[in-house]
Design a protein around this ligand. Structure first.
Ligand SMILES: Nc1ncnc2c1ncn2[C@@H]1O[C@H](COP(=O)(O)OP(=O)(O)OP(=O)(O)O)[C@@H](O)[C@H]1O
Ligand SMILES: [Mg+2]
Length: 259
């Protein structure tokens, strides 16, 4: 059974169609990248997979069960979302935000225990935010906040993590660190990872599968080798490129040619 199954999905805001007849399955333990130009529907798709919108038509199944039949906390134990732009206006500390990741696992008024404590501490250490734990989240940098939100998602211990451009605010070192961490979770805990990402060269390095979106449709999906072709990239991004193998990583790389 696929961990996520999407059937004939249509969705839009007001009367503008944004997801235009999308169907796919994602196997448990896959690391999938969603790529595509601005406005192609990546963030919308990610939010639909977290049950934040009601589709116009079509269905989404999570581990065989329709997504809208889950209770909120039950779904949060399965899926964690790291949104594209998180902003937190209250001056919670970093540690308080990460601890919120444990809520779906607690009954009302149930206290945190030693296990919660350890999970929160590990999530902060894994994301390099432990040193920041007593700082207010209103007083840290954009990249630091992004790592805190990822730590919260890790503390949630979900079987699926959805991340919307998790590396967009990160410096090169932290980009690689976060992607390595996601791959480690993916390999060691079999966590399914779905990530919207603009950097195609990073996507080819880390993904089992790439979904290429354009105009709310999946125009191609499959291994990086299948999807990242000169023809596909030029068609979807309207940009002449060379596709070549990176001699250091052995993954495919693209270089824009009209520079
Ligand atoms: N809340 C909203 N209300 C109305 N229209 C929206 C809303 N969010 C997105 N859209 C529109 O839906 C389309 C798809 O947006 P979406 O955010 O899913 O694209 P994206 O692929 O994530 O783009 P980006 O790469 O810029 O993040 C765009 O045309 C956008 O203008
Ligand atoms: Mg987006």
């Amino acid at each position: 059974m696929a961990t996520i199954e999407v059937k004939d999905l249509y969705f839009g805001y007001k009367d503008e169609k944004v997801i235009d007849g999308v169907s796919f399955e994602i196997e448990k333990g896959n690391l999938v990248s969603l790529i595509g130009p601005n406005g192609s529907g990546k963030s919308t798709m990610i939010k639909l997979l977290n049950n934040l919108y009601t589709p116009w038509e079509g269905k989404i199944f999570v581990e065989g069960k329709e997504i809208n039949s889950f209770r909120k906390k039950e779904l949060a134990r399965k899926i964690a979302l790291v949104p594209q732009n998180s902003s937190i206006n209250y001056d919670f500390t970093v540690e308080e935000i990460v601890r919120m990741g444990r809520y779906p696992h607690k009954k009302r008024f149930q206290r945190e225990d030693e296990e919660d404590h350890e999970i929160v501490e590990k999530a902060m250490k894994d994301t390099n935010t432990y040193e920041l734990r007593d700082k207010a989240v209103t007083e840290i940098s954009g990249g630091e906040l992004q790592r805190v939100i990822i730590a919260k998602a890790l503390a949630q211990k979900p079987s699926i993590i959805l991340l919307d451009e998790p590396t967009s605010h990160l410096d090169l070192n932290h980009q690689i660190e976060i992607l390595n961490l996601l791959r480690k979770l993916n390999k060691e805990k079999n966590t399914t990872i779905i990530v919207a990402i603009h950097d195609i060269n990073l996507a080819t390095m880390y993904s089992d599968e790439i979904f290429m979106l354009s105009g709310g449709k999946i125009v191609d999906r499959g291994s990086p080798e299948k999807v990242i072709t000169k023809r596909n990239i030029e068609f979807v991004y309207n940009l002449p490129v060379a596709v070549h193998r990176n001699k250091y990583t052995n993954s495919l790389s693209i270089t824009p040619l009209n520079v």
